[in-house]
Design a protein around this ligand. Sequence first.
Ligand code: MN
Ligand code: MN
Length: 459
Amino acid sequence: MSELAYETKNGWKVADDAKKKEIFDFCDDYINYLNVGKTERLACSEAVRRAKEAGFCDIKEIKTLKAGDKVYMVNRDKSVYLAVIGEEDILNGINFVIAHIDSPRMDLKQNPLYEDCDMTLFKTHYYGGIKKYQWTAVPLALAGVIYTADGKKVDVRIGDKPGDPVFCVTDLLPHLADNQMQKKAPKIIEGENLNILIGSMPDNDSEKDAFKTAMLKLLNEKYGICEEDFISAELEAYPAAPACDVGFDRSMVGGYGQDDRVCAYTALRAILEIKSCKKTAVCVLVDKEEIGSMGNTGMRSAFFEFVTATLIEKAKGTYNELMLKTVFRNSECLSSDVNAAVDPTYPEVNEKRNASFLGHGIVITKYTGSRGKAGTSDANAEFVYKVRKLFNDNDIIWQSSELGKVDEGGGGTIAQYVANLDMEVIDCGVALLSMHAPFEIASKHDIYMAYKAYLAFYN
Ligand code: MN
Ligand code: MN
């Protein structure tokens, strides 16, 4: 590709009709994945379903690994590692593509249920960075798990199947919102006001708490749960609307959770299609990125080392710590996360020579961070060269971008935690508009290029 980002050719301009059809067909299935996998648990189980279909086995069932073997390992139903064993010695390193499958949303609190003004509602605690005002007055669905007192696991998913009822956070009418509209945007809707309306019918036999009682009876009939069971539950409210084509030309995909399931899906497709590879290929779909990658299902969990150690042990028949560190030192990683595309309505937050544009291909981001590269892995020039050459040699349309203007803000990705393990890593993903909103936009061209890029990296 040529020179500066803003001069880079738009990928659509060089795509003929056959190529456009390939891109559109690819994105039809991407939309399916978005609609099935709307939470990290759902995205994880859908990835495993597809992996099994492609011949991957649970690593627990395998004693030794040889070239061509395909295995997966699930961590607590919220993250998954898929591996294709390469022809080379695993000590020569692994090619990792790592994306996250958690997205901003509203989690139910552990004591969520209450009644007020003859209505029944859920209290929530939002997850990840959201503009709270975007999450009112939109239809919401609910999914997750509940463990009952006797240990039964109840799967919940309601609101995004045809015919399902939906839920919603209500907002004030403009006529009575004078005070509200004077507030600064972060305060227009307070976190404690993200209460979800779930019912409005009383129990005819109760004098006290008739609305809450009616809801508990209903939930008991439907799910076999009682109020205390919410304590041992994880329920997430997310936009109910399905993902879909955007534009008269259908050139874009709109939908919830494309940060970062757009990179998760394309990385998954790539690893499932590997026939054989020189170096061992691993795709990691990880949880908890949106809240700092903390916890046992996030990228900072020792589970990452556990999986890598397990691969070494099963491939070599032996294991020690030096082998693990050697593998990391010899490994390369694409930290596959989204970038913020220039929005024509808000160009002032980007510096155009170092910004990403919709339709201009997969984005390479050497560093993220904020206020002077704080909190980032700054990929070294040698590795950037390698990735750039790989993409050029494989006709991948790509662009280079920062996350925004120097002092405009910023953010971190999992790249820093991977880099700390002594691995080569660079951020590399799809540019979005309206990131973290209930409806995010990506270019179909870029989605397809991400898939092609990950495939080239694995091979
Ligand atoms: Mn992300
Ligand atoms: Mn994000």
